[in-house]
Unconditional design. Structure first.
Length: 276
C-alpha cells in the first residue's frame, strides 16, 4: 500500500517537473519571439530596410521583413495583427485605405520620400508624343491623382482643380493630344512601360524591374513636400514594447549604410528625407 502511494506521488512529481520544464521553455520561446520586430514591406524597399535590419541585429534587435507584391495585403495583414508594422505607403494612400476599409491604423514614423517621373522608351521628349498616345497611370485613387498632377505639370492635360491631389480621370477638362489612359496597379507601372508611349513611374520600382533608367525621366515632379514620404504604419492600439520600432526607425533615419542603399536603389537626386 505504501509502495503504491509512493509510486503515485512519484508519478505526480514527474508530471509537475515535466510541466515546469515545458513552461520554462515556452516562456523562453515567448520572450524570444517578443524580441522580434516583424515589418511588412514592398519589394523596392527590401534592400534599404534589410540594411537597417542588419544594423539593428548588431544592436541586439531582431527584425524580420515580410515582402508583399501588392498594395492591399500589407494593410490587411497589419490590421489582423500578423505583423507589427508595414512600410510601403504614404499618408494620402493610408488615409484612403482607412476610409475604404475602416482599418484602425496610424502612422508611427516617416521614411524617405522620392520624386516621380514620366518615362518613355519610344520618345526622347514630351513634345514628340503623338495624338492618341497611350499613357499608363496607377489605378488607385491616390497615386492616380499624383500621376494626373504630373501630367498637368507637363502641360499635357488640364484638371478641374489644379491643386487637388485626389483628382481622377473624370476631372480632366482638357486633353489636347487625346491621350489614351491605361490604368494598372501601381507596382505594375514599371513593367507596363514597354507597352505604352508614356508611363508614370516610381524610380525605385523602375530600378527593381530594370525596365528603364530612373534618371532618364522626361519630366520629374517638382513636389518637395513630405506628403508622399513612405511611412512606418502600425495599428491604433500598437504598444512599442521595449521601444523596438522606435529604435529601428532611428537606425533607418541615421545610418550611413541605409543612406548609401537609398542612393543606390532610388538615386541620390531622386529621394529626400521625409523626417526632416
Amino acid at each position: 500500500m505504501a509502495q503504491t502511494a509512493s509510486k503515485k506521488w512519484l508519478g505526480v512529481g514527474l508530471v509537475v517537473v515535466v510541466l515546469f520544464v515545458a513552461l520554462f521553455f515556452w516562456n523562453k520561446h515567448r520572450q524570444s519571439g517578443s524580441n522580434e520586430l516583424v515589418i511588412g514591406i514592398s519589394p523596392p524597399f527590401a534592400k534599404t530596410l534589410q540594411a537597417a535590419a542588419d544594423e539593428a541585429k548588431k544592436q541586439g534587435l531582431n527584425v524580420k521583413l515580410v515582402e508583399f507584391s501588392d498594395w492591399n495585403t500589407p494593410n490587411i495583414t497589419l490590421n489582423h495583427g500578423d505583423i507589427d508594422a508595414n512600410f510601403f505607403q504614404h499618408q494620402p494612400f493610408l488615409d484612403n485605405a482607412i476610409k475604404e476599409t475602416g482599418f484602425k491604423l496610424k502612422a508611427f514614423a516617416v521614411g524617405a520620400a522620392s520624386h516621380v517621373g514620366l518615362y518613355s522608351k519610344k520618345y526622347k521628349s514630351l513634345d514628340e508624343l503623338p495624338q492618341n498616345a497611350r499613357v499608363v497611370i496607377p489605378n488607385d485613387p491616390v497615386n492616380q491623382g499624383r500621376a494626373l498632377l504630373l501630367l498637368q505639370q507637363a502641360k499635357l492635360i488640364t484638371l478641374k482643380d489644379s491643386n487637388n491631389h485626389l483628382s481622377a480621370l473624370k476631372h480632366v477638362v482638357s486633353n489636347p493630344k487625346n491621350l489614351q489612359f491605361v490604368e494598372v496597379e501601381g507596382p505594375q507601372t514599371a513593367r507596363a512601360i514597354d507597352d505604352v508611349d508614356l508611363a508614370f513611374g516610381y524610380p525605385h520600382y523602375l530600378r527593381l524591374a530594370k525596365t528603364a533608367d530612373p534618371e532618364s525621366a522626361l519630366l520629374l515632379d517638382d513636389n518637395t513636400n513630405k506628403r508622399y514620404a513612405i511611412l512606418f504604419v502600425v495599428r491604433d492600439d500598437y504598444q512599442d514594447k521595449g521601444d523596438k520600432l522606435k529604435k529601428f526607425v532611428e537606425i533607418y533615419q541615421n545610418s550611413p549604410k541605409v543612406k548609401a542603399v537609398l542612393d543606390a536603389e532610388i538615386g541620390p537626386t531622386l529621394w529626400f528625407p521625409g523626417w526632416k
